[in-house]
Ligand binder design. Structure first.
Ligand code: NAP
Length: 330
């Protein structure tokens, strides 16, 4: 148990660019309530949503100022509330949502949002579970109508944190997975995570290869990471009766609604935080099974020091050649 009263944490005093992420060396260590767990953070996941909140583009749905960003961490239980039954000090855990912020040496989380970290995973991998794996799992919940033996899923943007989890979950569900990435390294990783085929979304003609790979019919499910670029194409290539699940989009796009008629397809999307309780239960089940059985393994692209949080935010939005999660190390 930590007797520390103060900790280092990133504090955001005003919404803005990555430079507003400042290390404060004297933030009070949060105190867990009866139902909460205090975790000594070893690694914290950086997700694109952290940058949207930091920039103020989420308005009132963002965190009130000042705040510490980050939902996903992994570390060691330091203290537990009186009603906590599943964890004790010393346990290695991952956290998928916390109360006080993840870019910090300590965080508190409700017991229900804490899981035991499997021994085969590092703290950095554990910090890559939350938003990426739960989003991937929810994408398949949204595509529920389309799980038939032999069906194909195109993970459009498979080399990123969410995409790699989509590849692994899709394979575990018995789907044939096709993934795209922007580099050879990314494509190799997508194949290593279980995709049957990988194509380069930066290469002209890659969509023809996706069609060839599905014998011309197109994928039955498309999980889309960049809808503002790809939605129109997705609507053209989706199989009849297929489902397109929009996970990510960073702008507007022109589409031909008539394609929905011809293909009788469905375009849907989700925001992770809107998940109803029954879907959260389903997501917990899929993720914990994948982690325990070992078929769901987060891939760490780069580790940063806490004071490099601005660089991590810069890179997660602007870099190409993604190969998994970006993680802050305490
Ligand atoms: P990430 O790790 O940065 O990955 C981004 C992915 O997009 C990479 O695989 C990247 O590939 C790929 N990409 C780049 N250009 C592309 C293109 N033209 N076509 C298809 N894919 C392309 O981000 P992430 O954490 O996986 O998140 C992915 C997106 O989902 C983000 O926009 C994020 O905000 C969103 N998201 C939404 C929810 C939700 O609740 N709806 C939850 C989590 C994430 P290369 O770098 O190899 O080119």
């Amino acid at each position: 148990m930590s007797g520390r009263k103060e900790m280092r944490a990133i504090r955001v005093a005003n919404y803005g660019g990555p430079e507003v992420l400042k290390v404060d060396p004297k933030v009070p260590v949060p105190v867990p309530s009866d139902t909460q767990v205090l975790v000594e953070v070893k690694a914290a996941g950086v997700n694109p949503v952290d940058t949207y909140i930091r920039s103020g583009s989420f308005g009132t749905t963002g965190r009130p100022l000042p705040y510490t960003p980050g939902s996903d961490v992994a570390g060691i239980v330091s203290k537990v509330g009186a009603k906590v039954t599943k964890f004790k000090p010393g346990d290695k855990v991952y956290v998928i949502r916390n109360v006080s912020g993840g870019y910090a040496e300590f965080t508190v989380a409700e017991e229900t949002n804490v899981g035991k970290l499997p021994t085969h995973l590092s703290f950095s991998q554990g910090a890559g579970i939350g938003v990426p794996c739960y989003s991937a799992s929810r994408a398949y919940i949204k595509a529920k109508g389309n799980f038939k033996p032999g069906n194909t899923v195109l993970v459009h943007g498979a080399s990123g944190a969410v995409g790699l989890a989509c590849v692994q979950i899709g394979k575990a569900k018995g789907l044939t997975v096709i993934g795209t990435a922007g580099t050879k390294e990314g494509m190799d990783l997508v194949l290593k995570h279980g995709a049957a085929q990988a194509f380069n979304h930066k290469e002209q003609g890659y969509i023809d290869k996706v069609l060839e790979a599905t014998n011309g019919t197109g994928p039955d499910i498309i999980i889309e990471m960049l809808a503002n670029v790809n939605l129109d194409t997705d609507m053209k290539i989706i199989n009849k009766g297929g489902i397109i699940v929009v996970v990510g989009s960073r702008g507007n796009v022109e589409i031909a609604p008539r394609l929905l008629m011809f293909k009788e397809s469905i375009v849907t999307g989700f925001a992770l935080w809107n998940a109803p309780p029954e879907e959260i239960v389903e997501m917990h089940q899929v993720i914990s099974e994948g982690l325990t059985k070992g078929w769901l393994v987060p891939s760490v692209q780069k580790e940063y020091k806490l004071e490099e949080a601005p660089l991590a935010h810069e890179e997660i939005i602007n870099n190409t050649g993604t190969t998994g999660n970006r993680i802050l190390i305490m």
